[in-house]
Design a protein around this ligand. Structure first.
Ligand code: ATP
Ligand code: MG
Length: 328
C-alpha cells in the first residue's frame, strides 16, 4: 500500500481512496494543493473533508448505487472530471483537470460555428444566382452543367447547416422546446418527405406507431432526428426492402425504433458511427451523397432531450436504431 500511495502522490491526477466505512484512507497532493481536499483527511468520513458539494454527492451516489460513475464539476477556476470506481473493499475516486481540454473544445466549437456562419450567406447567394441561370438557360448541355453545380451548392448548404446544428447542440446553447409530440404524426410527416426517394428505390415505408404515443420534446428537433434515421434506413436499404418505424412506452421512457432490411453495419464500425464525419465505406457513401454528420445530429438531439440512441445491426440483414426519450 505504501508503494501505491507513493506512486499516487506523484501522478498528475487526483486520487482519493475510501474504505467500506466511508472513511478516507488516502488522498494525494493534487487534491490538497487545489483545495478540493482538506489536509486532515485521514480516517475521517469523505463527506467531512471534501470542499466541494458536487464531489460529495457524486461519490455518495456511486457508493449508494454500488455503481461506478462519471461526473464533471467546477472548483475555483478549474473544471474537473471525476470517475468514482466502487469496489467491494475500496472506493477509488480519480480526478482529472480538464480545463485546457474544455477550453480547446470551446474554441474549436466557436471556430466551426463562425466559419459555418460566414459561409451561409455566400452559399445562399451562389444558390440563387445559379437557379436564375438554370431557369434562363435553354441549351441542354449548359443546363446539365448548371444542374451539377446546383447539386454541389446544395450539398455545401446542407453541410454548413448540419455543422451549425451540431455546434449549437454540443454547446448546450440551443433551447429545446417541451411541447407534446405525437410520434405517429411525426413519422407520417417524415415519411411524406421521403416518399419519392423510397419509391425510386422500391423501398416500402411502414408507420407502425400506435395512435396516442406522445412525448414531451421539441417537434423540429425530433423531426430532424427521425428524418436522419429514415434517410439512412432508405439510403442503405436494398431494392424491395422495408423501413419500419415503431414507438412504445417502456418504464419511464418512450422508445422510438427505426428498423430497416438493408445492408447492415459491420460490427467493428458500430462504436464509431455516431461520431462526426464517420462513414463505414467512405467511397460508397460519397456516391450516395451526405457527409457523415447525420447520426451525430441524431445522437446530440437524443442527448439534448435527456435520452440516448442505440444501434443493433447484422451485415446483409438490416439495422435497428432505437431512441430512448424520457417521459418527464
Ligand atoms: N441504416 C443504416 N444501414 C447501414 N449503414 C448505415 C445505416 N445508418 C448509417 N449507416 C452507416 O453509418 C454511416 C454514418 O451515418 P450518417 O447518417 O452519420 O452519415 P451519412 O448517411 O453517410 O451522411 P449524412 O447523414 O450526413 O447524409 C453511414 O455512412 C453508413 O455507412
Ligand atoms: Mg445519414
Amino acid at each position: 500500500m505504501s508503494l501505491l500511495k507513493e506512486f499516487l502522490s506523484q501522478v498528475g491526477e487526483g486520487y482519493l481512496l475510501i474504505d467500506k466505512d466511508n472513511r478516507v484512507i488516502f488522498g494525494n497532493e493534487f487534491l490538497i494543493k487545489r483545495g478540493i481536499l482538506k489536509t486532515d483527511f485521514e480516517g475521517r468520513p469523505y463527506y467531512e473533508c471534501l470542499n466541494n458539494l458536487t464531489v460529495v454527492s457524486c461519490i455518495a451516489e456511486a457508493i449508494s448505487e454500488k455503481k461506478s460513475k462519471l461526473c464533471h464539476f467546477h472548483h475555483e477556476d478549474s473544471e474537473y472530471s471525476l470517475y468514482t470506481f466502487v469496489g467491494t473493499e475500496l472506493t477509488v475516486a480519480r480526478f482529472s483537470d480538464i480545463t485546457e481540454l474544455k477550453r480547446y473544445e470551446r474554441s474549436r466549437r466557436e471556430f466551426v460555428a463562425n466559419v459555418s456562419h460566414e459561409l451561409k450567406t455566400p452559399i445562399a447567394v451562389l444558390k440563387s444566382l445559379l437557379e436564375t441561370l438554370y431557369e434562363e438557360e435553354e441549351r441542354e448541355e449548359r443546363k446539365a452543367f448548371l444542374e451539377k453545380a446546383l447539386k454541389r451548392v446544395e450539398d455545401m448548404r446542407r453541410l454548413v447547416e448540419d455543422l451549425l446544428i451540431i455546434t449549437k447542440l454540443e454547446s448546450g446553447e440551443e433551447r429545446i422546446k417541451r411541447e407534446e409530440v405525437d410520434l405517429r404524426s411525426l413519422t407520417a410527416e417524415v415519411f411524406e418527405l421521403f416518399e419519392p426517394k423510397a419509391n425510386t428505390m422500391s423501398v416500402s415505408l411502414k408507420n407502425l406507431v400506435q395512435e396516442d404515443i406522445k412525448v414531451k420534446g421539441d417537434w423540429d428537433k425530433l423531426f430532424l432526428l427521425l428524418k436522419n434515421l429514415v434517410d439512412n434506413a432508405i439510403k442503405y436499404n436494398r431494392e424491395g426492402g422495408t423501413v419500419e418505424v415503431k414507438a412504445y412506452l417502456n418504464n419511464d421512457s418512450c422508445v422510438l425504433e427505426v428498423h430497416d432490411t438493408g445492408i447492415g453495419i459491420p460490427k467493428e464500425h458500430l462504436p464509431f458511427i455516431f461520431e462526426r464525419f464517420y462513414r463505414v465505406e467512405p467511397s460508397r457513401s460519397r456516391e450516395m451523397g451526405g457527409t457523415g454528420l447525420g447520426l451525430s445530429i441524431v445522437k446530440h438531439i437524443a442527448l439534448s432531450h435527456g435520452g440516448r440512441v442505440e444501434v443493433k445491426s447484422k451485415e446483409g440483414k438490416g439495422s435497428t436504431f432505437t431512441v430512448y426519450l424520457p417521459l418527464e
